[in-house]
Design a protein around this ligand. Structure first.
Ligand SMILES: [Zn+2]
Length: 400
């Protein structure tokens, strides 16, 4: 198990001069936690280097006094599988804690069993370690497969645990309210939902057994001891454009040796093509954390406007204000490259550029900063984070 005991996490303002900050800390043992570092760098500093780091006199904000202690609290909270409630599924207490991979799989099986007329479990392929990339399909009164697709990917990056919980909550709400609530009824009658909670099952399991901050998949590469490819830099669209991913096998955003050379993207490509060739994709969302952003294409080019950019921007603005109504949480929105950073070979560009999705977004969930827990979002924040997204989705799914 990789330990972060005694690691202190700091936010360092970069004022657009990231290289200068990186230069000053280059001799210290640090782990970088954010990629959106135009404005700041969030870094975990190893215990032995904390004093040396503080002696640099950089202006900082302390985000975790002891990252390892916060990870231990989270691990202690992983519950056992709860009793089934009234609907033969776990009740809302499911969202009071994070869960093991096997329990998430069981949760989806129980959902499908409880709502056999509106659901089916499917597989979008297998991961490098042969784990099932399972998903659940939901449909309304038109019957299975009769409507355009609303398509969700969760846990693309292994450490972004909140993304699984949020797509689970949305699934739970759609199913339990379908016959109770007119709005939900009309939404589920209008679309077939395809929800894949774990695009990166190997990485997720690894965060629970070995390294809580793991991001990539677990595929080895010849000629390197470094493991893992960033699944969200491996999609076959504008993959070879430079600047939006790393060619270094040891980096967090390593793009692979060739486009679509990860088993995870290969499986998802076949699955996605089938959706395109059937009723088409109305909305795709890649769920990530953290930062509180709603991002539409493009990732690979900062000056190129998305198709229907004005329409997308209006919907994103509407989603952002709907999210804010629940707890006042602010989500920034805009073109992905323009407001965040350049990415190549990412899923949302592929869905727009190749798969013909009308809307293809990345949502970076709470918190906004590592000060709110970063990837280690406290379990008490699962429900608020999920509820505000559910409210937002009810707006978006009706307005789009
Ligand atoms: Zn991510």
């Amino acid at each position: 198990m990789v330990t972060y005991d005694g690691y202190k996490v700091f936010r360092v303002p970069t004022h657009q001069d990231l290289e200068a900050v990186k230069g000053r800390i280059s001799t210290l043992n640090t782990v970088s936690l954010n990629l959106d570092n135009k404005e700041h760098l969030d870094i975990a500093v190893a215990p032995a280097d904390v004093t040396a780091f503080e002696d640099l006199g950089l202006k900082t904000e302390v985000l975790h006094k002891d990252l390892g202690a916060d990870i231990a609290v989270e691990a202690a909270g992983l519950g056992k599988y709860p009793e089934l409630g009234q609907n033969l599924i776990p009740g809302l207490e499911w969202f009071d804690s994070y869960h093991l991979y096997a329990d998430h799989a069981q949760y989806f099986k129980d959902l499908a069993k409880a709502f056999p007329k509106n659901t089916e479990i499917f597989s979008a392929g297998t991961s490098y370690h042969n784990q099932d990339m399972f998903g659940i399909q939901l449909w309304g009164k038109g019957g299975k497969g009769s409507k355009p697709a609303v398509y969700f990917h969760g846990t693309v990056h292994a450490r972004e645990w909140i993304s699984t919980m949020v797509v689970e909550y949305i699934t739970y709400q759609l199913l339990t309210n379908y016959n109770e609530d007119e709005t939900v009824g009309s939404i589920l009658d209008a679309y077939d939902f395809y929800i894949i909670p774990f695009v990166n099952p190997d990485g997720f399991v690894y965060t629970q057994t070995s390294d809580r901050l793991w991001r990539k998949n677990r595929q080895p590469r010849s000629g390197s001891s470094c493991i893992g490819t960033d699944i969200n830099r491996n999609w076959p669209y504008k993959w070879s454009v430079p600047g939006g991913a790393s060619t270094n096998k040891c980096e967090q955003t390593y793009k692979g040796e060739a486009e679509a050379d990860t088993p995870e993207v290969k499986g998802l490509l076949d699955f996605t093509k089938a959706l395109t060739n059937d009723k088409g994709i109305k909305l795709f969302i890649d769920w990530h954390s953290y930062g509180q952003y709603i991002l539409y294409p493009w990732g690979y080019d900062c000056s190129l406007a998305a198709p229907n950019a004005k329409h997308q921007d209006t919907l994103a603005a509407g989603l952002s204000s709907k999210i804010r109504e629940s707890y006042g949480t602010r989500f920034r929105y805009g073109g992905s490259c323009e407001i965040l950073y350049a990415t190549t070979g990412d899923s949302t560009d592929y869905m727009t550029g190749v798969a013909g999705a009308e809307l293809s977004w990345t949502i970076e969930l709470t918190p906004q900063s590592n000060g709110g827990g970063g990837f280690i979002l406290p379990a008490s924040q699962i429900l608020p984070s999920a509820k505000e997204q559910w409210e937002g989705m009810m707006y978006l799914l009706l307005a789009m």
